[in-house]
Design a protein around this ligand. Structure first.
Ligand SMILES: [Zn+2]
Length: 559
């Protein structure tokens, strides 16, 4: 099966003649009038977050791109963008992109955090759930999606405050991506699920979204044969054994049975579905054709599922990078055909790290998986038994990150437990540091360049007094926090280290003179940058980022 046919089925069902029908290589628009400070605001802003699209992936594949990513790489390029904070997970990362705020202020400190004061038995909160609803739980599928935990406004909220006519639409592979970028006031907000597209409970999809959902459901239901390996990916075609059950990665070709939603999501098809839906909603709503600037937000999740499932350096990721480039090219070609003056900003929610098994084969012998002994549940149990404290003593979402002590302890018990727990974590060979919430509360948010941030700077940008743990465990670099690898989840991100923090930040607009700025900037800079371009006032006192001047030369796009 050829790559370029991936979204044809969706395009046909959605009457999208461009998406999936061809290669965008020669679709670059004709030379346009140069964008200057006097150029009116673009009519449409398209913000794209590619989940787990690290600066390393952008660097590795940049010279291979010929479609949409090649176009963006000719725009204003910040190859050293930073998700500057410490807990580099999906929900926090998406929360920074269109709010201008670090997770310390967005309140989205992790994908999951704990609130030991809530009434329900499951104290773990998913970042994008409404835990106040009865009979819900943070466990997959048992929660109700919500924007409640986001503590700040998004670009869409600012745009609608400035002009009620502004339209805001957010479509993503994952609910948390659509929600954390879309904010509270989006006209339409949806994400992929096994039945196609879904939205908040009680929300009805628009007729166009329903049409897209039906087409996507049909695509999921259809089996897919293996894809041909692109010639550029031949050198990545090496089987790497993982785990002790005979599994390998590096040779997967994206074939799947009909109805296999998990594998649909971990394939270029999922991104094609989101892009096709975005294009269809834009057309149906005439976004970019009215008086006000409109905002189309797209969350492309396949890169992340492929990274988790097969690592970042195999033939699978290579195939995905080239497919993403082509799908984006098709999408931009469709926008070009409308003649709308649109601006694109593309970045990622976090970076990523390859599987230690392949790292060890490729000159990185120190890469390893986390020790099974580094198990917070076991450590919490041992400490509770030693000190005679009630159980459970310790709550956590894994072997690193935020750790929460039971609220039932007396002050003296709490002090003793903190001392014993932090000592036991610090004694672990793979632990870099243990920092307490008290230490972080007393520490200022850094105003320095994010490439120079200390460990405390990174952790502070993820620290929120209402949400963060009593202490935070940081693993050493190149320790993958998945003790046993199995097919489906072999590699991850989330660390304080730069492979997880660095992401590209790309801006493109027809007529905008491209330049490259290799110095470090942050994803929290995207909101003030876009707000300035479209003339939407944002209270600088309410954000952590700064406006990036996108005009090469003495003029500035920052007002
Ligand atoms: Zn992610």
């Amino acid at each position: 099966m050829k790559l370029k046919n991936l979204t044809t089925v969706l395009a046909g069902a959605l009457s999208l003649t461009t998406i999936g029908t061809g290669f965008a290589q020669d679709s670059a628009p004709a030379p346009a009038a140069k964008v200057t400070a006097a150029t009116p605001a673009p009519k449409l802003v398209v913000v794209i977050a590619v989940d787990q699209f690290s600066a390393d992936l952008f660097a590795e594949y940049r010279s291979h791109f010929t479609g949409g990513l090649a176009r963006l790489a000719q725009g204003v390029v910040f190859p050293s963008g930073y998700q500057a904070h410490g807990a580099t997970e999906t929900c926090p990362g998406h929360s920074t992109i269109l709010t201008g705020n670090h997770p310390a202020h967005t309140g989205i400190i992790a994908n999951n955090f704990f609130d030991l004061s809530i009434a329900r038995e499951d104290k773990r909160l998913y970042c994008a759930e409404d835990e106040t609803l009865p009979d819900t739980s943070s466990k997959s599928g048992k929660y109700v999606a919500s924007v409640n935990h986001l503590m700040v406004a998004t670009l869409g909220d600012w745009m609608k405050a400035a002009s009620p006519k502004a339209q805001v639409v957010s479509v993503a592979g994952k609910d948390r991506a659509a929600i954390m970028m879309g904010g509270r006031k989006a006209d339409e907000l949806m994400w992929l699920f096994p039945g196609g597209l879904t939205s908040y409970r009680g929300t009805t999809l628009s007729p166009t979204a329903q049409q897209a959902s039906t087409a996507i459901a049909a695509a999921i239901a259809a089996p897919r044969p293996a894809l041909a390996l692109p010639a550029d990916c031949a050198s990545h075609d090496i089987a790497i054994p993982v785990g002790d059950k005979g599994a390998t990665v590096g040779t997967w070709r994206f074939q799947r049975d009909g109805g296999d939603f998990r594998r649909f999501m971990a394939s270029p098809e999922a991104d094609g579905a989101v892009l096709a839906t975005g294009a269809a909603l834009r057309a149906a709503r005439k976004m970019g054709e009215g008086d006000a600037t409109d905002l189309l937000i797209l969350g492309l999740s396949a890169t992340d599922y492929i990274g988790h499932g097969t690592g970042t350096a195999g033939s699978e990721m290579c195939t995905q990078m080239l497919a993403l480039d082509r799908e984006l090219g098709d999408f931009f070609a469709r926008l070009d055909a409308t003649g709308i003056d649109y601006m694109v900003a593309l970045t990622a929610d976090h970076g990523g790290h390859d599987i230690p098994e392949r790292n060890r084969q490729n000159a990185l012998p120190m890469a390893e998986r986390v020790d099974k002994a580094l198990d917070p549940d076991a450590i919490g149990k041992a400490v509770a038994e030693k000190l005679g404290l009630p159980q459970p003593l310790l709550y956590s979402d894994g072997p690193f990150g935020d750790m929460y002590l039971s609220k039932t302890l007396t002050a003296a018990q709490r002090k003793a437990a903190m001392a014993e727990l932090t000592a036991r974590f610090r004694a672990q060979r793979q632990v870099e540091a243990v920092v307490t919430g008290e230490e972080l509360a007393a520490y200022p948010i850094s105003r320095r360049s994010p490439d120079t941030w200390t460990l405390m700077d990174k952790l502070r940008a993820s620290y929120n007094a209402q949400r963060s743990g009593d202490f935070i465990v940081v693993l050493k670099p190149r320790v993958t926090p998945i003790p046993e690898s199995g097919m489906g989840y072999v590699a991850t991100h989330g660390s304080v280290w730069d492979y997880d923090r660095r992401v590209p930040i790309l801006f493109w607009r027809k007529g905008l003179t491209g330049f490259e700025q290799p110095n470090a900037v942050m994803t929290v800079d995207i909101l003030p940058t876009l707000a300035s371009v479209i003339g939407v006032p944002v209270d600088a006192g309410k954000i952590d980022g700064r406006c990036l001047d996108l005009l090469s030369g003495p003029e500035s796009s920052c007002r």
